[in-house]
Design a protein around this ligand. Structure first.
Ligand code: ATR
Length: 282
């Protein structure tokens, strides 16, 4: 049986095992998928131990190990390189080291968060081509989605953040003239079509500063996190004039589907999984 896992600390909350078992059932393959919680200082050791099993095909990586996973991967895809973060590892090949007979594993590292977001925006019937998209927040979650969004043909990608230097840093590293960092005065002038909250503030019931953001042209306000109820950001965005609001449950399932395809070459259907998880959350 092919073996998978998600590494995180904490990891108990992770829905990844449920999602991947649903995909496996759809695709008629038997898999095992565990939650693994390595000590903060020993992700590398736990990963090595996991891949000592020849049935271990791949794993997901969540907080706080995504950056370290990028360093441990043998090769990185474009999105992972640009994000400096990996959420999916795939065993490429292994050979036996003759001197100590331990297997040497070659791991390809991917970041599927951005393609997950783009796929879920499409699920919400939002076209991305020629649109102005505003990202609020400039951490790893924002970094991970920039290039898949640009590849979808955006007109402008605006980044704003509580600490503006971080937004400016991301914009200058993006290497694309469509990416700009804007602080309050500039924000007041631009009317984004799509606004994405990449911060996890909603999980603590907090809002980023929305004072200078215009929601009047906003077709969709998207919160990357999800909860049983609409998040505080979704509610506030609707009050401020956004036409629609969505949480990040669909992105979670779509990024998982992209990982499943990397591992198995099969493309699971995401909609029934999103619907089943939504029911479970309620
Ligand atoms: P991740 O890697 O999950 O994106 P992170 O690197 O800690 O997490 O980044 C979180 C981002 O959300 C940061 O841009 C942070 O703002 P700062 O750069 O000023 O720290 C932003 N953020 C988190 N909580 C926030 C809050 N309550 N209000 C506004 N911004 C917040």
């Amino acid at each position: 049986m092919k073996k998978f896992a998600v590494f995180g600390n904490p990891v108990a909350h992770s829905l990844s095992p449920t999602i991947h078992q649903m995909f496996a059932e759809q695709c008629d393959v038997a898999i095992s998928y565990d939650k693994l919680c390595p000590p903060l200082e020993d992700f590398a050791g736990s990963l090595e131990h996991f891949f000592e099993d020849p049935h271990a095909v791949g794993c997901n990586v969540t907080m706080p190990f995504k950056g370290e996973a990028a360093k441990l991967a043998t090769r990185l895809d474009h999105a992972a390189q640009l994000a400096g973060a990996v959420n999916t590892l795939h065993r490429q090949n292994s050979s036996m080291r003759s001197e100590d007979s331990r297997s040497e594993v070659s791991l390809n590292g991917y970041n599927t968060d951005g393609v997950g977001l783009v796929a879920d925006l499409k699920n919400q019937a939002v076209a991305l081509a020629d649109q102005r998209v505003l990202l609020i927040g400039a951490g790893g979650a924002a970094r991970g989605v920039i290039h898949p969004l640009l590849n979808a043909g955006l007109k402008t990608l605006i980044i704003t953040n509580r600490t503006m230097a971080k937004a400016e840093n991301i914009a200058s590293q993006a290497g694309d003239s469509r990416v700009v960092a804007l602080d309050k005065p500039g924000l007041a002038e631009c009317r984004p079509d799509i606004i994405v909250n990449t911060t996890s503030a909603s999980l603590g019931g907090e809002l980023p500063d929305l004072n200078n953001i215009s929601f009047t042209q906003c077709q969709l306000a998207y919160d990357m996190v999800y909860q049983a109820e609409p998040t505080v950001f979704m509610k506030q965005a609707l009050e401020l004039g956004a036409q629609n609001a969505a949480d990040g449950l669909g992105m979670l399932v779509e990024q998982a589907a992209a990982a499943f395809t990397i591992w198995t070459s099969m493309q699971p259907q995401t909609r029934p999984v999103i619907e089943a998880l939504r029911q479970q959350l309620r």
